[in-house]
Design a binder for this molecule. Structure first.
Ligand SMILES: Cc1cc2nc3c(=O)[nH]c(=O)nc-3n(C[C@H](O)[C@H](O)[C@H](O)COP(=O)(O)OP(=O)(O)OC[C@H]3O[C@@H](n4cnc5c(N)ncnc54)[C@H](O)[C@@H]3O)c2cc1C
Length: 425
């Protein structure tokens, strides 16, 4: 979001400096060297609805780097694998009665056709699923996914938020029976690199390892930032850091405004990445509902992006207060590989070729029913200061496409704050 904002602000003729705390650019979308392979710390797939990503890639001259691939989804329930993700798979699914399946299928189908989410804004996701598909369908298909991602927040998630996720993935298809997902050739780093290059070409400055400790203001107007103990003056500041950092970062905000940022909760993620000698499944995504496996699913990334080895992400989302969150990396790798061996008993200890554990304290905003009213205005009460992160484009889920769209809007709003009125934010 920050890089996109910088790029568009330069296009609009502003002088721009980007301060990035990390040693590399790209935030959640950045790559690292995984045993000789450049790959995302956190998996990234693209859906057909991600128009802002395609628009930006075209502008940057890398539209030809999008790759689409027929993918499939599976479900592992109580020790057995099931095909999932299309009407025939649902009909063949033995764990629900015919009526449940029809109700569930209708719910999913109509969700992909829905455009107005206002009626879902104050609805609880659990109640929404139960109302449409029934209790059993919720318990078999969704309960554990919510419980093992959101833990104590699981029963209080917005139906509007989960609906956008169903719609985004559900409409990324080549046909009714074939899911089709995308990836950027070379990974999301291709987009990050193109943005960094475009920023440099237009005279922007990107400072890496430059943590902003304060956004300064005087008499209700932004004056600049403090980074590395040095104050630097700017006429406008755009902050795209996670919301939980904001109240400390901007002392000039009123107590009421700070309380609004502090009220938005995020869960963290410990994302285990494994390189294997054998595939685990034929699917890109496998949902898991098995009492002996304490994860809601795995992402077998090499079933999307063609790679020389099997690459699997095992994301452990959880509140930062969860006792597991502080565990050492070794414990996560051992457990995750153990789970994969349950999913595919043909995997042997020698099949684990390399591993990595990526951690984020603020990986996913928790959007409860009525979340829209909790989101602060992007244009803050401090003139010249805009603040957004991935929860601001709710009900859309955190993702590259919406983040780059918001980056563009923030750049436009430097000269025209009316942009946010039009957006309703
Ligand atoms: C596990 C996981 C899976 C995901 N899967 C997908 C997917 O499949 N598809 C998809 O589209 N998206 C996915 N995403 C989301 C996607 O990565 C993000 O939405 C996207 O990268 C945009 O992020 P952002 O710029 O809004 O925020 P971030 O990437 O969080 O950027 C915020 C930046 O602020 C920097 N920062 C923080 N504090 C300071 C400070 N004080 N001073 C300076 N800099 C600071 C951080 O270092 C970071 O670089 C996934 C994310 C995760 C965690």
């Amino acid at each position: 979001m920050g890089l996109a904002a910088a790029y568009h602000a330069l296009q609009a003729g502003h002088d721009v400096t980007v301060f990035e705390a990390d040693r590399v650019a790209g935030g959640m979308a950045a790559h690292f060297d995984f045993d000789g392979l450049s790959i995302e710390r956190f998996y990234h797939f693209v859906c057909k609805a991600d128009q802002p990503t395609f628009d930006l890639m075209r502008e940057l001259g890398i539209a030809d780097r999008m790759v689409w691939r027929g993918t499939s989804m599976g479900y592992f329930i109580d020790g057995k694998h099931y095909r999932w993700g299309d009407p025939l798979a649902l009909l063949a699914f033995p764990r629900l009665g015919l009526i449940s399946k029809i109700r569930y299928g209708l719910h999913m189908f109509l969700s992909t056709k829905r455009t107005d989410w206002s009626a879902l804004e104050n609805v609880n996701a659990k109640e929404w699923f139960r109302k449409w598909g029934g209790r059993r369908a919720y318990d078999v298909l969704w309960k554990r996914l919510f419980d093992l991602k959101f833990f104590e927040f699981a029963d209080n998630i917005s139906a509007a938020w989960i609906w956008t996720r169903i719609k985004r993935v559900g409409t990324s298809r080549a046909s009714m029976l074939q899911e089709e997902l995308g990836y950027i050739d070379g990974g999301s780093q291709t987009l990050v690199d193109a943005l960094v290059e475009a920023i440099a070409e237009r005279g922007g400055t990107l400072k890496l390892g430059a943590r902003v400790s304060e956004v300064t203001s005087r008499q209700g107007r932004v004056t600049g930032v403090i980074a590395d103990d040095a104050a630097q003056a700017f006429d406008a500041v755009i902050s795209t850091v996670p919301t939980p950092f904001v109240s400390k970062l901007v002392p000039g905000l009123s107590a009421e405004a700070k309380a609004r940022y502090d009220a938005i909760r995020n869960i963290g993620v410990v994302c285990v990445l494994l390189k294997l000698a054998k595939p685990v499944t034929g699917h890109f995504w496998l949902n898991v509902n098995d009492t002996t496996i304490d994860i809601p699913g795995i992402v077998e990334f090499s079933n999307l992006r063609k790679l020389p080895n099997t690459i699997v992400y095992v994301p452990y989302y959880m509140p930062q207060t969860h006792p597991k969150f502080g565990r050492g990396s070794e414990a996560f790798v051992t457990e995750a590989f153990g789970y994969l061996r349950k999913l595919n008993p043909a995997l042997q200890p020698g099949d684990l070729l390399a591993s990595h554990v990526g951690r984020l304290n603020h990986a996913q905003p928790v959007c409860e029913p009525g979340f829209l009213s909790k989101i602060p205005k992007v244009q803050t009460e401090i003139r010249g200061l805009q603040i957004a992160d991935t929860c601001f484009y709710y009900p859309e889920d955190r993702g590259i496409s919406e983040s780059v769209r918001y980056g563009k809007l923030m750049a436009q709003a430097i000269a025209d704050p009316g942009v946010w009125r039009a957006e309703g934010r």
